[in-house]
Design a binder for this molecule. Structure first.
Ligand SMILES: [Cu+2]
Length: 157
């Protein structure tokens, strides 16, 4: 009777060990993200703050508007929100890009050979298996150098 119980426990142990396994050994997860093309903006008038003398880096990602007739000037930048996406190798990834600001964003996910032309008011869904680990830039060619996000694929452990 006692031996039977002990043997019974031993038979259950491998199952418990499997259940208690590291979360990294879990099956591929489905991961979904929304990535918005946005343009944070700030501004003031020259009587409060002088218009900056130094030009901003070129490439279309930074916009500095000179003072208008009221003396108001503005600065903005095109970015992806969020700018980092972290998944684990093997995950089924769904990236839903939405165009909020800017007419269009010709975009590539470098290293995963994905290209899309995102227009304002549209959603483009990109689905793939994260089958290689590393850091892969998500680059809008029209708004460099600021409109670059990172797809980070952590290696399977
Ligand atoms: Cu862009």
């Amino acid at each position: 009777m006692v031996i039977g119980r002990v043997l019974g426990c031993m038979a259950v142990m491998p199952v418990l060990l499997l259940l208690a396994g590291s979360p990294h050994q879990a099956q591929a997860a489905k991961r979904s993200f929304t990535i918005a093309a946005v343009e944070p903006k700030g501004g003031t008038t020259i009587d409060k703050e002088p218009f900056p003398k130094d030009p901003l880096p070129e490439g279309g990602g930074y916009v500095l508007k000179k003072p208008d007739q009221t003396g108001r000037w503005e600065v903005s930048t095109y970015v992806w929100l969020p700018s980092q996406i972290v998944v684990t190798e093997g995950d089924e990834v769904s990236l839903e890009f939405i165009g909020i600001n800017g007419a269009q964003h010709p975009t590539t996910i470098v290293g995963y050979d994905k290209a899309l032309l995102l227009r304002r008011g549209h959603v483009i869904k990109v689905e793939f298996t994260a089958d290689k680990a590393g850091t892969f830039p998500i680059v809008c060619a029209q708004h460099r150098p600021s409109m670059v996000a990172e797809l980070i694929v952590l290696p399977k452990r």
